[in-house]
Write a protein that binds this ligand. Structure first.
Ligand code: SAM
Length: 277
């Protein structure tokens, strides 16, 4: 894209029409994102290790009474798999970020297996005691993809096995659309190693309950514009319950805490567990 294309862009993008999500799976982007995952200064792509440790203790106490077989969808750099494996569990992680999967494999945890694959197409295998899909990524999938992933998760569990799903609340997704525009300049950043401007636009689609974010990256030297977009589906608690039940789950529980973190309007993330019928 060039600057003229930017000026002539559509005023309101259709959800998911300008891209599925930020490019986690592009090699260079994934290396830059890996630094964000591992940073102990914030909880952007992964939480800091003190919070992860508290969540591992919570998972072990509430969902895994004995050594278990676990599938972690969107496992990132394997920060959960590595810790669960060190407690005697056997873990499979799936993620399409090449840098994250390379990092996870480097940790050479004997009971961990990692697959670099897109969870929409990947074969999940079977016989798991728990499938986890955490940190809000579920909402970034189109609803039909989200439902298909949950049905595959159900098929991968043995009867009585558990799903741990951590999602964004309806209000948090709605709030993500504000402010409607913002921008920053940087000598290098997540979207490019080169000096650039990032112009951001955010849209709330009230009929579809979707927030769409558009990122326009303008290279400072060439003025070339690269566009990324991500859309996030909002679900109410009733929507989540109905969706999970339609995918074969029961005993749906909405938790007020996940590890040391409480569900608050600010956090906007909610842990849900459900058992396979
Ligand atoms: C917010 S991060 C969370 C990572 C990890 N669960 C954690 O909490 O540390 C979301 C992860 O989902 C992965 N992801 C997003 N879309 C994916 C897809 N379609 N297939 C596989 N992985 C995906 C990203 O690469 C990223 O590692």
């Amino acid at each position: 894209m060039n600057l003229l294309n930017l000026i002539q862009r559509s005023s309101v993008p259709e959800p998911w029409s300008e891209g599925d999500k930020i490019p986690w799976d592009e090699p260079d982007f994934s290396h830059r994102m890996l630094r964000v995952h591992l940073s102990q200064d914030h909880d952007w792509a992964s939480r800091r290790v003190s919070k992860i440790d508290a969540q591992i203790a919570w998972i072990t106490q509430n969902l895994l009474p004995q050594p278990s077989k676990i599938l972690d969808l969107g496992c990132g750099p394997g920060l959960y798999c590595t810790r669960l494996a060190s407690q005697g569990h056997t873990c499979t992680g799936i993620d399409f970020s090449p840098a994250s999967i390379a990092y996870a494999r480097e940790q050479s945890s004997p009971r961990c297996t990692y697959h670099q694959a897109d969870v929409r197409q990947a074969d999940f295998g079977s016989g798991y005691d728990m499938v986890m899909f955490i940190f809000g990524e579920f909402n970034v999938f189109r609803p039909e993809d989200g439902a298909r992933i949950l049905r595959k998760a159900a098929a991968a569990l043995h009867p009585g096995g558990h799903l741990l799903l951590e999602v964004s609340t309806f209000e948090a997704v709605r709030r993500q659309s504000l402010p409607s525009t913002s921008w920053y300049s940087t000598p290098n950043g997540l979207f490019s190693e080169r000096p650039h401007l990032c112009l951001e636009e955010r849209f709330w689609h009230p009929e579809r309950h979707v927030t769409t974010e558009r990122y326009l990256i303008i290279d400072a030297q060439t003025s070339e514009v690269t566009r990324y977009a991500a859309s996030t589906q909002a679900y109410s608690q009733d929507d989540y319950r109905a969706l999970l039940e339609s995918c074969g789950f029961q005993e749906v529980i909405f938790w007020e805490h996940f590890g040391a973190e409480a569900l608050t309007p600010e956090s906007g993330l909610q842990a849900i567990t459900a058992a396979l019928r």
